[in-house]
Design a protein around this ligand. Structure first.
Ligand code: G3H
Ligand code: 13P
Ligand code: ZN
Length: 309
């Protein structure tokens, strides 16, 4: 049991039809819910920390909480920086003991993205840390109907091959129609699987990463709305599409929004149903349980990763 890199996890997942869940963490209850689910399912696990999470919880707390989770569960866990925007934050995380970092140069021009990614790869690899990069831009809600916008923003397969060869990056996040948050599609959900297959064909040894992969589970949206919330029209990536993606080179599936919704739904319900309670453990406990069962469902029924530890 230790903090590990994703190298072996991805090598295994690449040969098979399952993917490793990468869950965003911001506090103790979220971490506990996720690791307890992974332990019960004996699944490989990535816990990821965004710049916002570092700001909210402070790096030392997150690091120690993840170390505590390893001690408590006996799991091997990858600790990953999510969407590092520059060399400095990647370096800080490498120096802090993260085993994986993402340099997200997707907002830059192709050549600049390559140069930035290369710089991070050199530093990270010299310290035994693996690197994820991103090529292409995640869609906004409007993009799923506009074909021109698709080819302008989705990952170009030839560029993906050139990017990997020139940077030596360990895994690549691609844009095929997903987006972050709870409002991913206006109409019918659409992902460009032909593009995914083409990318996977050109770089079959590179583990691919799907960001914006929450399903925005209707039961949690409904519960939030029933108990005073206001999140109408929320829609995510159907579970069947995630399953298809994992069969075509997607080895890492990023999930944050579904954690947020599960947690918030339970807290909303508790506070409305039990207005006299004010002990935070009384509502954070059920919120943690909701995260655990949601993550277990993902690992077992969507990512197909049970027993793959
Ligand atoms: O990719 C975005 C993740 O959901 C993290 O979100 O930057 O609000 O922590 P955050
Ligand atoms: P969701 O907003 O779909 O959960 O995506 C999370 C993500 O991609 C984190 O990097
Ligand atoms: Zn993301």
């Amino acid at each position: 049991m230790a903090l590990v890199t994703s190298k072996e996890m991805f090598a295994k997942a690449l040969k098979s039809d399952y993917a490793v869940g990468a869950f965003n963490v911001n506090n103790m209850e979220i971490i506990q819910g996720i690791v307890d689910a992974a332990k019960e399912e004996q699944a490989p696990l990535i816990l990821q920390v965004s710049a916002g999470a570092r700001k909210y919880a402070k790096p030392a707390y997150l690091l120690k909480l993840v170390e505590a989770a390893i001690l408590d569960t006996g799991l091997d866990i990858v600790l990953h920086l999510d969407h590092g925007e520059d060399f400095d934050i990647c370096k800080k995380c490498v120096d802090d003991g993260f085993t994986s970092v993402m340099i997200d140069g997707s907002k830059h021009e192709f050549k600049e993205n390559i140069a930035l990614t290369k710089e991070v790869v050199e530093y990270a690899h010299a310290h035994g840390v693996v690197v994820e990069a991103e090529l292409g831009k995640l869609a906004g809600v409007e993009d799923n109907i506009n074909v021109d916008a698709r080819s302008a923003t989705f990952t170009d397969p030839q560029e993906a091959a050139e990017f990997v060869a020139k940077t030596g990056v360990d895994s690549l996040a691609i844009a095929i129609g997903t987006s972050h948050g709870a409002y991913k599609f206006k109409g019918e959900p659409y992902l460009d699987f032909e593009r995914l297959k083409e990318i996977h064909k050109l770089i079959p040894d590179t583990p691919l990463v799907l960001h914006g992969a929450s399903t925005v589970l209707p039961e949690f949206v409904a519960r939030c709305n029933e108990y005073g919330g206001n999140i109408p029209g929320a829609q995510g990536v159907p579970e069947e599409m995630i399953r298809t993606a994992t069969a075509h080179g997607i080895c890492k599936v990023n999930i944050d929004t579904d954690l947020r919704l599960a947690m918030t739904a339970e807290i909303r319900r508790f506070l409305i149903e039990k207005p006299a309670e004010f002990d935070p453990r009384k509502y954070l406990g059920p919120a943690r349980d909701a995260i655990k069962s949601m993550v277990q469902h993902k690992i077992k029924n969507v990512l197909n990763a049970s027993g793959q530890r």
